[in-house]
Design a protein around this ligand. Structure first.
Ligand SMILES: [Mg+2]
Length: 180
């Protein structure tokens, strides 16, 4: 069970993800979380950094689908801003939204990476679907109260994953750099 919570890769942010490495793994489709992954939680505007990242990834031939548990108005807004498909009210880690996203991307699980800032939604959901999973540090310390509570549990889980040899000590150190 615990192995479903272990990310395949950890990066300091979405913008630091090694897209060449993903490509080398045969990945063509990216299921990207919105809040605190692509855009800071609560920020209503697309940032220059996010725009550049989306353009760069599309330019390298990746397909992208935003997949967010947030309400549809916010998610639709960013889908338009970045001109990429999006699934709102995704209810991650439940599988349905991930399957829908892969249908939109036209990719199989082994050609898909799920990238997000949360272990219990993004990583768990992606691992259950057998995609490659990438955990990134949240862009901002600002988040929902419920999410903040999950962060404490997340830390415990990640530490246990290191203890069991399911996560690199280095990845754990990187996670500690997240703005708390
Ligand atoms: Mg998030």
């Amino acid at each position: 069970m615990l192995r479903f919570l272990a990310p395949d890769a950890v990066y300091e942010s979405l913008f630091a993800v090694d897209l060449d490495d993903l490509k080398a793994r045969g990945i063509r489709g990216l299921i990207v979380d919105l809040d605190n992954t692509l855009i800071e939680y609560g920020n209503p505007h697309a940032t220059e950094e996010a725009r550049r990242w989306v353009e760069d990834a599309l330019g390298r031939g990746f397909k992208i689908c935003l997949t967010s548990n947030a309400r549809s108005r916010r998610v639709r807004h960013f889908a338009r801003e970045f001109n990429i498909p999006a699934i709102a009210n995704a209810a991650k880690p439940i599988g349905r939204a991930f399957r829908r996203a892969m249908r939109l991307l036209g990719t199989r699980p082994d050609e898909t990476a799920v990238i997000g800032d949360q272990v219990f939604t993004d990583v768990l959901g992606g691992n259950r679907m057998n995609t490659f999973t990438v955990l990134v540090n949240p862009l901002s310390a600002k988040e929902l109260g419920a999410t903040r509570m999950m962060r404490r549990l997340e830390r415990k889980v990640l530490r246990e994953l290191v203890r069991q040899g399911l996560l690199d000590e280095r990845d754990w150190q990187l996670r500690q750099k997240a703005r708390q």
